[in-house]
Ligand binder design. Structure first.
Ligand code: FMN
Length: 326
């Protein structure tokens, strides 16, 4: 069975990738994921605040009055032990021990001079870089145009600083999702990861405190990702990696049929252990055998909205087929 595919210009043996998370911050997990058939691994993100802290610490300039506010305090207490140095050591170690691509990850939300630091990912040997652009429309002063300009400024600057492939991980919140994703795919990026799952805030009504909702996804979370992958896979000029809500081999198959080039898994690994990667890979192979497919390319995008098809009509038809009968 040939499950080989190409992602960000890299040949990979399986379209199933371990997404960026705490599990990929550990060399023994990375080795287990490779042994269980992961096509690639995306290392736990470095956060923009960590980079800024490191830059300023090196320059002995960091002061609590800086713009990073509360996150400064958090980062200062957590990275005093040179977590960035350890992070790059992990990437170097992973590159020594693994044969599959090792993808670095940065979580960022602003346009600052932290981007020059991205070269260190390349120097550490990353095969590609995923940029988790956690820019959420929380500010009343932030317009669509501001957000989109930020994306293009960051991508243009990043492109000048590294020459490894870049993918952009986006949130599920865009007013002009289809239009912007297409324009993003024209911006000299190699891939778009759809989507990041935002951490939801909850309220503890006994303690009258803010708390956070569970961070793991549920199988039902797949549908939003599936919809957008199906709409966009034939309309973008770069690869799509599907993320959020993939919990089984069947989910992987659905994403590939919708046109995803690769599929990222995280929550299902937390729930079932990293060896679950093997179960999903085996399930994909069993489905391909049952359907008589020898390679991913034979069915990838088979159920996507066609390049010249109007997505709104396609979905209106599905909607009418279902609700007109109820
Ligand atoms: C515990 C945990 C840690 C995560 N850490 C990161 C991270 O460092 N960088 C990142 O881009 N995404 C991170 N994510 C998000 C995942 O990569 C993924 O986008 C999200 O969990 C949705 O995929 P899933 O449904 O397979 O879990 C994290 C998710 C979880 C649950």
């Amino acid at each position: 069975m040939d499950t080989k595919t190409n992602y960000l210009g890299l040949e990979i043996d399986s379209p199933i990738i371990a997404g960026s998370c705490g599990l990929t911050n550990d060399i023994s997990n990375l080795e287990k994921l490779e042994a269980a058939g992961a096509g690639a691994v995306i290392i736990k993100s470095v956060f923009e605040e960590q980079i800024i802290y490191d830059i300023k610490r090196n320059l002995s300039m960091m002061a609590p009055t800086d713009n990073y506010g509360m996150s400064y305090e958090y980062i200062a207490s957590h990275v005093a032990d040179d977590s960035l140095g350890k992070h790059f050591d992990l990437i170097r170690e992973a590159k020594k021990r693994l044969h599959i691509p090792v993808i670095g990850s940065i979580n960022c939300y602003s346009f600052e001079n932290w981007m020059t630091y991205t070269q260190r990912f390349q120097e550490a040997g990353c095969d590609a870089l995923e940029l988790n652009m956690a820019i959420l429309p929380y500010e009343t002063t932030l317009s669509c145009e501001d957000v989109e300009r930020l994306f293009s400024d960051i991508i243009n600057t990043l492109r000048k600083s590294v020459n490894i492939p870049i993918s952009i991980k986006v949130s599920q919140n865009f007013t002009d999702m289809a239009n912007f994703m297409q324009r993003l795919s024209w911006m000299n990026v190699n891939g778009i990861t759809m989507f990041n799952k935002a951490l939801n805030v909850d309220i503890d009504i006994d303690k009258l405190e803010l708390t956070h909702a569970p961070s793991l996804s549920n199988p039902d979370d797949i549908y939003n990702t599936l919809r957008w992958v199906a709409i966009l896979s034939k309309k973008l000029r770069c690869d799509i990696s599907a993320s959020t809500g993939v919990h089984s081999a069947d989910d992987v198959v659905k994403m590939l049929l919708a046109g995803a080039g690769t599929v990222q898994v995280v929550s299902c690994l937390y729930k079932n252990g990293v060896d679950y990667m093997r179960t999903i890979n085996d399930g994909l192979c069993s489905w391909m055998t049952a359907k008589g497919y020898d390679s991913i390319s034979q069915f990838k995008g088979k159920l996507a909205v066609k390049a010249n098809e109007q997505s709104s009509l396609f979905f209106r038809t599905q909607f009418m087929k279902h609700f007109a009968q109820l």
